[in-house]
Design a binder for this molecule. Sequence first.
Ligand code: ADP
Length: 246
Amino acid sequence: MNQELPERLIDESMRRVDGRKPDELRPIKIEVGVLSNADGSAYIEQGRNKILAAVYGPKEVHPRHLSLPDRALLRCRYHMAPFSVEERKSPAPSRREIELSKVIREALEPAIFLERYPRTAIDIFIEILQADGGTRCAGITVASLALADAGIPMRDLVVACAAGKVDGTIVLDLNDVEDKLGEADLPVAVMPSLNAVTLLQMDGLLTLEEFEQAINLAIDGCKRIYKLQKEALKAKYLAIKEEVEE
Ligand code: ADP
């Protein structure tokens, strides 16, 4: 990375490297229904992250022996474009991408009524076009909107956000520099209206009090992003309604 690394991650006035306060999210822009050839799709910008999600299904399973007799098979591919990071990333799937694909699938799975579609498959593709920390969380947030856009029945939207510790302070929604130089990172995914957690990971060290503070901050961040998710879904249907009325 040729980006210059800062000496301090939080200054005297408690501002972070990108000017945010500790409990502030990065600016978020969400759009639903951006790809006409997928059954469902969505796009998110969260700070410098740019992520596209596409969903196909429920559809026939190929190869057929993978199909499940009592529910749909949920498959997920998290992929970073070669140009998504400063140094070209190999397009071949890395161990990290294989692991994140599994982690994201497991975070989304509890939300979907898979039992309504036995012997079918639902495929989720997450393309990281530009990465700047917290892509698994933003990937979950945008993929759940692509699932909703595909008309797949869900118990709730899944929304994710990380909190962590940098320069001894608990902060929300870490960017790449904070993730790399910070002391801890705690990605959390929730279904807010069901009060359920579907992903909880932790990298680094926190005391029990810090952990409680960080998880509460992450859940609060999730709730704020949940509002933006719902607004983005509504905006898509309002646009369709206006088109039909014209
Ligand atoms: P997350 O994106 O969910 O925080 P990680 O903690 O594994 O996942 O990665 C943190 C950040 O590190 C990513 O968002 C990205 O900005 C950066 N990163 C990941 N993989 C690479 C890579 N191969 N080359 C350069 N930067 C990378």
